[in-house]
Design a protein around this ligand. Structure first.
Ligand code: NAD
Length: 344
């Protein structure tokens, strides 16, 4: 197999620190070719835009994209015409056709006390949120008329089917499709389409449906009842953040954004944490778990993915914790702990 080519977008704030940790781990696992590009605020500084055509072309041309995080106070502005780091994220999603966002949520037993929920409620929770990323109300027609404003939500059968396939293929025990079919027409189409696809292509997978308001309640009252949550863009944005809080620590959450056949983007859920950039306090575990997702979903190297996940679990269980997890380990301490466990 040819050496996998990874476009590396370290970004801003702690981005370069956590990505450096990821590259050390990848270098230990095998042979990879890395192509580094500026992205986000640092790209605005040098080129005037958060994502250049050249960087997008490099991403398209690679096997996977590894992303740190973007943004920071330097680029915060209320000027609607000024470039913003987040424009790079949206440009990357639409430029690579990344319609599926996958966020696993699996609280570690060793960190049960970090969750706002009781240990007996989260014990055994291991769920995946599959969110539609390029359709719905975030991309519909919007505007202002006099003193009113509107945003429109639209979905096609094709958009619903392709995201539902990702969810059914990821299921171990079942899929819960979340909508608001008692009120919204797009949700009624969503439910009809998911039911028809299920009957046609995935009859062996258990499927149930929840209204989004009920899903929000069930997520905190009985998170262990879920395997895969399938939902549209807006509901997924809100539910995935709610689900993330089950672990209680943002420094542990990875994500993958996938398209139909091109490269996926793998990144931690957290932002660029400008308040701790350069202090050595950044927790690299979410980025290392994103590397594991890249190995599994982007590069077809599932055994290596499992090895990285086990090494991270074991480092945390053995007490190698960064400040956000209540410990004193530095980014480098955490990285070395994972490298040692990968070695042994
Ligand atoms: P944030 O996630 O960067 O930080 C929130 C809090 O969590 C901070 O106290 C930070 O120190 C801490 N934290 C986050 N990641 C950590 C890590 N790996 N290790 C230890 N502590 C960590 O969110 P924010 O402060 O709201 O945003 C900061 C910047 O990041 C903003 O410019 C925002 O727009 C941007 N942002 C980028 C992304 C992305 O690149 N995908 C996502 C969210 C926010």
């Amino acid at each position: 197999m040819a050496t996998p080519r990874i476009t590396v977008l370290a970004g801003d704030g702690i981005g370069p620190e956590i990505v450096a940790s990821a590259l050390e781990v990848l270098n230990q696992i095998g042979d990879f070719e890395f192509d580094h590009h500026e992205f986000g605020g640092c790209s605005i500084d040098s080129t005037g835009v958060a994502l250049t055509d050249e960087t997008l072309a490099a991403c398209r041309d690679s096997d996977a994209v590894l992303l740190g995080a973007v943004g920071g106070p330097k680029w915060d502005t209320t000027d609607p015409d000024a470039p913003r780091p987040e424009q790079g994220l949206l440009g990357l999603r639409s430029g690579l056709g990344l319609f599926a966002n996958l966020r696993p949520v699996k609280p570690l037993a060793a960190l049960a006390d970090a969750s706002p929920l009781r240990p007996e409620v989260i014990g055994g929770c291991d769920l995946l949120v599959v969110r539609e990323l390029t359709g719905g109300i975030y991309f519909g027609k919007r505007g202002r008329e006099g003193d009113s404003a509107f945003d429109t939500c639209e979905y096609t059968v094709e958009e619903i089917e392709r995201i539902a396939r990702v969810a059914f293929r990821s299921a171990r025990s079942g899929v819960t499709s979340v909508d608001k079919a008692n009120v919204l027409e797009t949700s009624r189409l969503w439910r009809e389409t998911v039911v028809a696809l299920h009957e046609r292509e995935f009859p062996e997978v258990k499927l149930d449906h929840l209204l989004v308001d009920n899903a929000a309640m069930q997520l905190v009252s009985e998170p262990t009842a879920f395997d895969v949550i399938l939902t549209e863009n807006l509901f997924g944005d809100i539910l995935s953040d709610e689900a993330a809080m089950i672990t209680g620590s943002i420094g542990l959450l990875p994500s993958a954004s996938l398209g139909l056949d091109g490269p996926g983007v793998f990144e931690p859920v957290h932002g660029s944490a400008p308040d701790i950039a350069g202090t050595g306090k950044a927790n690299p575990y979410a980025t290392l778990l994103s590397v594991a997702m890249m190995l599994r979903h982007g590069l077809e190297m599932p055994e290596h993915a499992t090895a990285v996940e086990s090494a991270v679990d074991s480092a945390i269980a053995d007490g190698v914790r960064t400040a956000d997890l209540g410990g004193a380990a530095t980014t480098d301490d955490a990285t070395q702990a994972v490298l040692q466990r990968l070695n042994s």
